[in-house]
Design a protein around this ligand. Structure first.
Ligand code: 8YV
Length: 299
């Protein structure tokens, strides 16, 4: 099966694809009737240029930029990579929570600027982490991995989840109540029509003064303009790994000390990324053999 892949994805599994062409989708100008498999990283699929396509294998768990309904109409299989990046993303969410709360990046900049000797950093007293309340918006696979880490930090955990479910990981709340009660809030819902703009200006205003908001999910889950206004006002802090128009980041954020910015690193461990490639390749090989894909997305 001829596979087109938008990048050479990391790990040994990629070499198992016998007939693979690495090419950015923007470079496709004429129809490619030879291509049966496509690997993308949450990129819109030019279905019109790929008439013989059988499978779109997404390198990532989130597939919000792929028109799954249009693929289903053409009886195309769409797969993603759930499960293998939970620990990596939960680790980064925790790193951002701690870095944002404890002025880690701000401190690093201060030391590098040679300012440590000349001024006493007593404006930087942080609120403690242990004993504070963590709100997890979306207690799915990644949210649950965050909740397990929270135990070791003696955090009280609140969570939202679509279904009402009792778990020993924390206490379930309605979203507005969670936002008003938590000291630290981390987002772990997929981007869907229901979650686009979920954390809007009204909900941002519910956050407590000094609260830390972490987003390793998707930029569009938050009203980014409203978030920028809250951050410019200095009322809350944030650790942001994802942005509406990434790789562009709102310019106002770049000069702020109350925000830590990372370039969409959630799944960026060698182990997670290699396992993602493994799953992408296994899905392609399954479809090539005529077997059911391992991790299809619901169409
Ligand atoms: C990216 C992600 O897909 O899994 C997701 O939903 O956002 C990430 O894993 C990955 O960074 C490749 O762009």
């Amino acid at each position: 099966m001829k596979v087109l892949s938008t990048r050479a994805y990391p790990g040994p599994a990629f070499a198992e694809l016998e007939d693979v062409e690495v090419r950015a989708l923007a470079e496709l100008e004429t129809p490619r009737p030879d291509v049966e498999g496509l690997v993308v990283a949450n990129e819109p699929v030019p279905l019109g240029l790929l008439p013989a396509l059988r499978i779109v294998a997404n390198y990532g768990v989130g597939y919000d930029r792929i028109d799954v309904a249009a693929c289903a109409q053409r009886a195309l299989v769409v797969t993603n990579t759930p499960g293998v990046l939970d620990d990596a993303t939960a680790d980064l969410a925790f790193a951002l929570l701690l870095a944002t709360r404890r002025h880690v990046v701000q401190g690093d900049r201060f030391v590098r600027a040679g300012r440590w000797g000349s001024s006493w950093a007593d404006g930087w007293l942080a609120e403690k982490v242990a004993g504070s309340t963590l709100g997890i918006v979306g207690l799915g696979r990644i949210g649950s991995a965050v909740a397990r880490r929270a135990r070791g930090f003696d955090l009280r955990v609140l969570y939202t989840r679509r279904r009402r479910v009792e778990t020993e990981l924390g206490e379930q709340r309605e979203l507005d109540d969670l936002l008003a009660e938590a000291d630290l809030v981390t987002l772990h819902v997929p981007l869907t029509p229901e979650t686009r703009g979920l954390i809007d200006a009204r909900r941002l205003a519910l956050l407590r003064d000094g609260a830390c908001l972490v987003n390793t999910a998707r930029g569009e889950i938050v009203d980014e303009e409203a978030l920028v206004r809250e951050l410019v006002s200095g009322r809350i802090r944030a650790g942001l790994d994802v942005f509406v128009d990434e790789p562009s980041v709102p310019g106002e954020l770049l000069g702020l000390e109350n925000v830590v910015l990372t370039p969409h690193l959630g799944s960026a461990t060698r182990q997670a990324r290699e396992a993602m490639t493994r799953l992408v390749v296994d899905n392609l090989l399954a479809v090539e053999r005529g077997d059911p894909p391992l991790t299809p997305v619901a169409g």
